[in-house]
Design a protein around this ligand. Structure first.
Ligand SMILES: C[S@@+](CC[C@H](N)C(=O)[O-])C[C@H]1O[C@@H](n2cnc3c(N)ncnc32)[C@H](O)[C@@H]1O
Length: 451
């Protein structure tokens, strides 16, 4: 048997102690407004009428992420014993009702296809119901927090649960008018332990699509994506008035502005006249995370890393790739990003990079090197030291960050959790690093100089 988590001492006087938990609940209750009363009732979202002329903000089930009803049974049987007399309507059934639960449960529905069809049909019906009932003057906000990326086909990454969910929202007659990534999950929750778990929810802001919405061609759709997404991506990674989106959430966050374009039309038509699927739209949107605009050495490292990771590969292959990328193995060795000899080559890990590195005297500094030196400084000496290093190469701040995002996304797709973590940590620590840089004597990052 493998034990992952120790049980708390419930009398320890710290988090998890019964008394401390009770006290926290009382504190929350004391802050709640006392003027309105709450209400709980059983109703299937597909046919409920409580949303009529209301402002609706809803947190629906996420595909196959959580088996709510099964989990609820654990508590339900005990609650039912004590509360059945008080709330007979809520505790009428012996166990929690399951048949109409909107989750894609392959066991309940026989197989994955049936489960997906059930979820899509039910969710479309539930959201159409909200679209019909909600007060027309206000947008409907829908929380979505489900991370699932799968590499499919040859044109990029798609995400099954998300895709099915978006399809339901659009089929229900909504257009997305905005998407807000919001930090909603506790970093110390059990699901986040030792994994790259999602840290944000995406709030979809939806309005009923215009009844006379037009159609556009695939080409026009791509043209609009080109015009909007690069800037949206920059806003998300740099942060403007909002804080930057964490790398762990970026692939999902960028879907928002892309889907805003896609969903405002009655349909985007493919060359053969058929409407474009949500999956294709997502794949086109995802491409924007994979733009190569780094220096030649960094492009080599990126492609080599994608194929080999940190493992040793053949010199001959490296030579061919280096040429394709406009650099050479000798140059890369001089730059201090690879080690090569005896017919092979490998990338240097951040821990192998020299501690006494000086970006001001180094004549060849690929962004790859600068980034991994920053990770080395952060891990070995902390935020202030990483900041001091950044202060000595301020012009590289943005490319370093862009590369960290890019590498994070790559590692995620490959399932390299350990590697992904290093990039995620640098981005998460970025504001502290920038503080360190300005304390070390360099006036803020370029992005904050509004001239
Ligand atoms: C993401 S959870 C909401 C969690 C809630 N915001 C909270 O913080 O406790 C989704 C909820 O939808 C409920 N649900 C699933 N199918 C439903 C249906 N057909 N009608 C109404 N609610 C349903 C689930 O039981 C679950 O409680």
């Amino acid at each position: 048997m493998l034990w992952d988590f120790a049980e708390n001492n419930i009398f320890a006087g710290a988090a998890g102690d019964y008394y401390v938990s009770l006290e926290n609940m009382v504190k929350a209750l004391e802050q709640l407004p006392t003027t309105a009363s709450g209400k709980a009732l059983h109703a299937d979202a597909q046919e409920q009428e409580i949303s009529k002329s209301k402002v609706v903000s809803t947190d629906p089930p996420y595909y196959d992420n959580v088996p709510y009803a099964d989990l609820a049974d654990f508590f339900y049987v005990w609650l039912r014993r004590s509360l059945r007399e008080i709330y007979p309507g809520l505790y009428a059934t012996i166990a929690v009702p399951k048949t109409r639960e909107l989750v894609a449960d392959a066991l309940r529905h026989g197989n994955r296809e049936n489960a997906e069809a059930f979820f899509l049909g039910g969710m479309t019906q539930a959201i159409s119901n909200i679209a019909e009932e909600a007060h027309p003057a206000f947008p409907v906000t829908i929380y979505y927090a489900f991370k699932q990326a799968e590499t499919k086909g040859d044109i990029g990454t798609s995400s099954t649960g998300w895709e099915t969910f978006l399809d339901a929202v659009i089929r229900a007659g909504f257009a997305l008018t905005g998407t807000w990534p919001m930090r909603t999950e506790l970093s110390n929750r059990m699901r986040g332990s030792e994994s790259n778990a999602l840290a944000s929810s995406i709030v979809l802001v939806c309005r009923k699509r215009d009844a006379d919405a037009t159609t556009v061609s695939r080409r026009e759709f791509i043209r609009e994506l080109n015009a909007v997404l690069p800037e949206a991506l920059m806003d998300m990674t740099r942060g403007g008035i909002n804080s930057p989106v964490a790398p762990v959430d970026l692939s999902q966050a960028i879907i928002g502005p892309g889907m805003a374009i896609f969903s405002q039309y009655a349909a985007v038509l493919e060359a053969d006249g058929k409407p474009m699927s949500v999956r294709t739209a997502l794949q086109l949107i995802n491409r924007f995370l994979a733009e190569d605009d780094f220096d030649h050495d960094t492009q080599f490292c990126l492609h080599w890393f994608e194929g080999q990771g940190w493992a040793t590969g053949k010199y001959g292959e490296a030579d061919v790739l280096a040429r394709a990328k406009g650099t050479s193995v000798t140059g890369l060795t001089e730059a201090g990003v690879v080690e090569s000899g005896k017919g092979d080559l490998r990338l240097l890990k951040w821990a192998e990079m020299p501690r006494d590195w000086n970006p001001e005297t180094d004549a060849r500094v690929p962004v790859w090197e600068a980034l991994h030196q920053m990770i080395r400084a952060l891990n070995q000496d902390g935020e202030a030291a990483a900041g001091a290093l950044l202060a000595r190469m301020p012009a590289r701040a943005e490319p370093i960050r862009a590369l960290a995002y890019r590498l994070y996304t790559l590692c995620e797709r490959k399932g390299w959790a350990e590697e992904a973590r290093a990039y995620n940590e640098l981005i998460t620590a970025w504001s502290g690093v920038e503080r360190g840089a300005s304390e070390a004597g360099v006036v803020g990052a370029q992005s904050s100089l509004d001239i």
